[in-house]
Design a protein around this ligand. Structure first.
Ligand SMILES: [Zn+2]
Length: 731
């Protein structure tokens, strides 16, 4: 596969080479003068009927040229005769060059070209002209839009460019991630996906779903809800252990019985209704439900036989093909998507997706610090993905990948996957992948600005070098701290490469690369960065996120790191207790009255007798063991699920004057909870988020001179459980 970016006289394989040549032309062979000594020398032209996107392209070009050169640039509707023109958009180009068109440029492809005394910036509709302008401002001129409110716009009072003849159509037609951006940022960095806040002036999104929630993927249930159908038609849903069910104890959702013809007819009917009611939808998902993994799929005779003959994906593709065949007659312009995910990851043995069905293949089992094309001996899922991607690339016409850019469980941990991303994206486009979503919707992930910028840039041109981009970003975005942040990023990437770790979706804090040695070094580097920032508030604000990632690693692997520090003689770089380190990460705030102790008493309640036997009062005997409220009990050696009790005592500060509605703030409780103060139940908590603070009002008449006994019963029957963040009393 060949890149389409070429430069006059240079074969079309090297984006970087073309730009190097162009940059050289800036100084050595002046051809087109945009400004001289701060005076504008060109007119910027668009057509008077320009779309809002083309108008935005011309106006943003003018705005940038004003900043860059100091000249007075204005947009006009017809070419100037006394000076050269920058013609923006095909319609403006055609005022002088009627023969030029946008054939082959698709929706996003660009042309940047000098001709006679003019510069031509245009592209396919709706976004190509915008992208031509931003590509031109980016290179050769050197503008960089790092993040919202952080750009580098060079100052060049005399701006002269050499000959240019660039035509480029991005290999990925769909480029998307979930880092928070603005429409302007996304447009300038040329991401075009559904997750971007793109408006008409940004050329809109590549696709429109009916809606995000329950419609963008995992739609089997959305289109055939059990609440409507199950009672009359249990046969539409999975046969599990001889019974038709839509839920099982382990999974909230089961799948559909995909070989049931009546179900299929009803499903098609609902698809048609959905598309009629949402005429703007041009991407329609027909895809398996999600259980954060496999749903329970149908085990009836025909479904099992079809899966055996053609793989689970074969059965899904047969179903989707037959649905799309009917929908296509009425909705020919819609793109139909289905997932290859978990049990359907391997391609079918026989069935081929229709040409108009897009397969979105999930990389969920991969190691994100190992390129997709390298094998791993320690986990077959990584190698399986490689095989499946190659397999799908041979059998489907339109292949997208759903990839994962961050840590989805330990959000804030360092997650050094960027070099691998750079290698993977080339591997993907070389195997016919034309769309990429990087799932990244997590709060507080490490260095989101770097991730977003690098990924946007490489999605536009997969042949850029990730390490070069990391270096460029660190120096640009972090300014005087740049070298230190680069050292931090390199340290983490080098460490994970040397570790053999398997960086997955939920890579834990005990990953080898998060050693006391690396984290101590990281902390020192970030201290040096702070010195380099020299008190500059904007740069200090940018340092906060990487600092938090390192602190988070210290808090979440505290015991192990203390032990490693003792064993290796490493000087401990942070405060002595887990709670104090946590306070650096998540400060108590001005409303905090008291932080309760880190160590409480703990007792499992397998017989569920704690409440009736009043475990919440009196003295705790030796059957109670110490526990930290900074981590779930399951991570502290208690391999136990069910109900368990926590107890502690506290006294309010004597100087707490005045009337206050005091509240207990639990940093996070994973599980249902019963909160008992001095023998009285003050709260029953359920349905709260497992990872966010929960507040409980305290009685208003709490005595400042008394000792108060607090007990919390937490109940959870699977996974991690317990109180796992600081408990405070706040005003
Ligand atoms: Zn079935």
């Amino acid at each position: 596969m060949q890149l389409g970016y070429f430069h006059r006289g240079i074969p079309g394989w090297a984006f970087v080479l073309a730009l190097t040549f162009t940059c050289a032309a800036l100084t050595t062979s002046p051809a087109f003068t945009i400004a001289e000594n701060g005076k504008a020398k060109v007119a910027i032209v668009i057509d008077s009927a320009a779309t809002s996107a083309r108008r935005q392209a011309a106006e943003d070009l003018a705005k940038h040229l004003v900043k860059i050169t100091g000249g007075d640039f204005k947009v006009q509707f017809s070419p100037a005769e006394d000076r050269p023109n920058i013609l923006v958009g095909q319609q403006a180009v055609n005022m002088i060059y009627p023969e030029l068109n946008t054939e082959g440029l698709g929706t996003d492809g660009i042309v940047i070209r000098t001709a006679d005394d003019n510069l031509l910036l245009f592209g396919g509709e709706p976004r190509g002209t915008l992208y031509a302008v931003y590509s031109f401002l980016d290179d050769p001129i050197g503008c960089r839009w790092w993040a919202q409110g952080a750009s580098t716009i060079p100052s060049i009072p005399t701006l002269v460019i050499g000959d240019m003849d660039v035509k480029y159509v991005p290999l990925l037609e769909y480029r998307d991630f979930q880092f928070k951006t603005t429409g302007a940022w996304a447009s300038r960095n040329k991401v075009n996906g559904y997750e971007q806040p793109l408006e008409s002036i940004d050329g809109k999104k590549k696709f429109n779903y009916i809606a995000h929630n329950k419609w963008s993927s995992h739609t089997f249930w959305t289109l055939l809800p059990p609440a409507v159908y199950y009672e009359d038609h249990p046969e539409y849903y999975s046969l599990i252990d001889g019974k038709r069910v839509h839920s099982v104890p382990k999974n909230k959702h089961t799948s559909l019985c995909l070989t049931n013809e009546d179900m299929r007819k009803e499903f098609v009917k609902n698809c048609r209704l959905a598309l009629w009611w949402h005429p703007w939808a041009d991407l329609f998902s027909i895809s398996q439900v999600d259980e954060g993994g496999e749903p329970n799929r149908c085990m009836c005779g025909p479904c099992t036989a079809a899966e055996e003959e053609d793989n689970p994906s074969g059965l899904i593709v047969q179903f989707v093909n037959s649905v799309v065949e009917e929908l296509k007659k009425e909705f020919p312009d819609v793109t139909y998507q289905t997932l290859a995910y978990h049990y359907s990851q391997a391609p079918p043995k026989k069935t081929r997706p229709r040409d108009d069905v897009m397969i979105q293949l999930s990389s969920i089992g991969c190691s994100f610090n190992t390129p997709m094309y390298e094998s791993r001996d320690d986990n077959p899922r990584h190698n399986q993905f490689h095989e499946d991607l190659v397999g799908w690339s041979k059998v489907c016409n339109r292949l997208y990948v759903w990839d994962y850019a961050v840590n989805f469980t330990y959000h804030r941990l360092p997650h050094p996957n960027l070099r691998t991303f750079g290698k993977n994206i080339r591997f993907m486009v070389e195997h016919s992948v034309t769309g990429l979503l990087e799932e990244s919707d997590t709060p507080g992930c490490e260095m989101p600005e770097l991730r977003a910028w690098l990924m946007a840039r490489m999605m536009w041109n997969p042949y850029l070098d990730a390490q070069d981009l990391i270096e460029e970003f660190c120096r640009g975005f972090y300014g005087p701290m740049g070298e230190h942040l680069l050292a931090y990023v390199n340290l983490m990437h080098d460490a994970v490469e040397a570790s053999g770790d398997y960086l997955n979706l939920s890579s834990p804090p005990d990953a080898k690369f998060l050693s006391i040695e690396n984290l101590t070094k990281a902390w020192q580097i970030l201290d040096e960065a702070e010195v380099a920032a020299n008190g500059h508030p904007a740069y200090l604000a940018r340092l906060r996120n990487p600092r938090e990632s390192v602190l988070y690693a210290f808090v979440s692997a505290f015991d192990r790191l203390r032990k490693e520090a003792e064993e290796t003689g490493t000087e401990w770089p942070l405060p002595e207790t887990q709670l104090e380190i946590n306070d650096l990460l998540d400060p108590p705030g001005p409303l905090a009255v008291l932080t309760l102790p880190e160590k409480w008493k703990f007792k499992a309640d397998a017989g569920k007798e704690g409440l009736s036997k009043r475990w919440f009062e009196g003295e705790a005997d030796t059957s109670w063991v110490p526990i930290s409220v900074m981590d779930d009990w399951t991570s502290q050696g208690h391999d136990y699920h069910g109900s368990a009790w926590y107890r502690t005592r506290f006294q309010l500060p004597a100087d707490l004057a005045g009337e206050h509605q005091l509240r207990l703030k639990f940093g996070a409780i994973d599980g249902e909870a019963l909160v008992i103060l001095n023998g009285d139940t003050i709260a029953k908590l359920s349905g709260h988020p497992w990872d966010k603070p929960v507040y409980v009002d305290l009685p208003r008449d709490l005595d400042l001179n008394e000792d108060h006994q607090l007990a919390v019963q937490v109940t959870k029957n699977q996974y991690a459980a317990g109180i796992w963040k600081p408990v405070r009393i706040v005003k």
